[in-house]
Design a protein around this ligand. Structure first.
Ligand SMILES: NC(=O)c1ccc[n+]([C@@H]2O[C@H](COP(=O)([O-])OP(=O)(O)OC[C@H]3O[C@@H](n4cnc5c(N)ncnc54)[C@H](O)[C@@H]3O)[C@@H](O)[C@H]2O)c1
Ligand SMILES: O=C/C=C/C=C(\O)C(=O)O
Length: 504
């Protein structure tokens, strides 16, 4: 298949009625699986078939890792930092040029509204490549003037070398954003990558292969192998001896499995894992601002955002007004076709994931929740009835030990709980094995700083949410992650720092 054909197939997500073939992208070419095995890819908003996805076996993974190794020691490894960063920047320009194609691919794969994809998630694809091309081009390295007993002195200086061939394992909830958040720094630092997109969302990673070729990235630098996790491309990739490091975004329990694979051969890992994030809203908060923002942090992307809020803690004097205001806004959300401008709520990624979310809706009932709104499946028009739709849902009154307020649901739902003291709010927020994100709402900035430092989260927003400065350290504490990526912190993972001492 030529690159143009692949673009055409990915670009027209079923518009022409033809099935789209998502092939691997290995050594600069779109290829079928050696074993000719494939699986279905369906649209989450109506269940219709987008096409079939090649399922990578060991031979496909091996071919991709070999291509990445050859590129590393070939044309890619021979480039100067400036030449490499020029090419990485060209990828950002290529994504911008193909913006509509990426929006189409992400809408087809996730069912999310065009407005969200176009304004929130897809722009980050280009932004990620731009940020790291500019960072690596301009970053220096540390050195020391060292005293020596003979008085002659020495100079110690550090150099950064790429780690090698990086395995990039991606989730389905923000496919382009999250994959490029890893691929951009990996390439900018001189590595080569083998990407394993989620089985749910093959489109944008496949399309990016075309953009890489158009940008002049040498073949073998960026490779994509589709498939599943266990006993499939994911597990074959993370256990491949030719992989030098693994960056993974996904569920915490998957991280455990991947960490075991990484131990063989002592490969370094960078993990962005699950969360059960709290919003702490004090009585002096800007009520409208808090409601509008929690609406996004609880329901954006149909609640499928790792940084999203599922535990809402409200100081008692504000509790009733906050709950009523959030209920009204949630009930105004409109589920619908991703391309309908009136749509403000997309579906969940799959019927399998919907069954998981609905099991928590049932558990909330069993645990005695007051259902403020939602709790089931919305009535949808016939043409959308096959989609993985759920109602945005708000509960109050659950006990602190309910799984609904302790386990990650990853759906459009949240529990609102009153609190009376700052210490109580912090204790409830921290009562979780996760530690990914939190938001704090108060006009008392001394309290904001104090509570932000007390909450066990890798990322905390005050009077805001999901404001992202790509230079900041990003990652989870506790069981929400290992390592930090963002700005210079990404260099710590994607390069090996070596120290050289020269006797003067
Ligand atoms: N911390 C963050 O920044 C962040 C961002 C987005 C999503 N997430 C988390 O991701 C989860 C949702 O994504 P998901 O359902 O795709 O996660 P998942 O763990 O089910 O799958 C993620 C990826 O891992 C692959 N995989 C699964 N088992 C594997 C194995 N044994 N070996 C190798 N690869 C394997 C999958 O095929 C997929 O590509 C949520 O828990 C969410 O919190 C975290
Ligand atoms: O669903 C989780 C979103 C994660 C976002 C990022 O990793 C980011 O903003 O870089």
């Amino acid at each position: 298949m030529t690159l143009d054909q692949a673009a055409e197939l990915v670009r027209s997500p079923g518009g022409s009625g033809q099935e789209i073939a998502f092939r691997h992208f290995i050594d600069g070419r779109f290829v079928e699986s050696v074993g000719q095995v494939s699986f279905e890819n369906r649209r989450p908003h109506d269940g219709t078939l987008i096409g079939r996805v090649a399922e990578g076996g060991r031979a496909d993974v091996d071919a991709a890792v070999m291509a990445a190794r050859q590129a590393l020691h070939g044309p890619w490894g021979a480039l100067s930092t400036d030449e490499r960063c020029d090419l990485v920047r060209a990828v950002a320009d290529g994504i911008t040029r193909r913006f509509d194609d990426f929006v189409a691919a992400e809408m087809a794969d996730t069912g999310q509204p065009r407005s969200m994809m176009a304004h929130a998630f897809v722009p980050r694809g280009a932004a990620n490549f731009k940020a790291f091309a500019d960072l690596v081009r301009n970053i220096g390295a540390e050195s020391f003037q060292t005293s020596t007993p003979d008085g002659g002195g020495a100079i110690n200086y550090a150099i950064r070398k790429p780690k090698g061939v990086i395995a990039v394992i991606c989730p389905w909830n923000a496919p382009l954003l999250l994959m490029t958040w890893k691929v951009a720094p990996a390439l900018a630092c001189g590595n080569t990558v083998v990407v394993k997109p989620s089985e749910e969302t093959p489109g944008s990673a496949t399309l990016l292969g075309e953009v890489m070729a158009e940008a002049g990235i040498p073949k073998g630098v960026y490779n994509v192998v589709h498939g599943f996790g266990p006993d499939s491309a994911g597990a074959f990739l993370t256990s491949h001896p030719g992989i030098d490091a693994i960056t993974f975004t996904g569920e915490t329990r998957t991280g455990t499995a991947i960490m075991k694979a990484a131990a063989e051969g002592m490969r370094d890992v960078s993990f962005e894992l699950g969360g059960k994030n709290s919003a702490i809203i004090f009585a002096d908060a800007d009520l409208d601002g808090a409601v509008d923002t929690i609406m996004r942090s609880a329901f954006l992307n149909c609640g499928q955002v790792c940084l999203g809020t599922e535990k809402v803690l409200v100081e008692r004097p504000l509790f009733d007004r906050f709950a009523a205001a959030l209920k009204a806004k949630a009930e105004a959300l409109r589920p619908g076709h991703p391309d309908d401008a009136a749509t403000s709520l997309g579906p969940l990624i799959s019927h399998e994931h919907r069954a998981k979310v609905l099991s928590y809706y049932e558990r909330a009932r069993a645990d005695g929740a007051t259902i403020v709104t939602g709790g089931g499946i919305p009535g949808m028009p016939a043409e959308l009835a096959g989609g993985a739709w759920v109602q945005p849902t708000i509960w109050t009154g659950l006990p602190d030990d309910s799984p609904v307020v302790n386990e990650e649901i990853f759906g459009p739902c949240c529990h609102i709980r009153p609190f009376d003291t700052e210490a109580e709010a912090v204790a409830v927020a921290n009562n979780t094995p996760y530690g990914l994100a939190a938001t704090i709402w108060t006009r008392d900035l001394a309290r904001a700083h104090r509570v932000a430092a007390a909450v066990e989260a890798g990322v905390t927003w005050v009077n805001s949410w999901f404001l992202r400065d790509l230079r900041t350290p990003f990652g989870g504490t506790k069981q929400s992650g290992i390592g930090r990526e963002g700005g210079v912190h990404s260099l710590e993972f994607y390069t090996e720092l070596r120290n050289i001492c020269v006797k003067l």
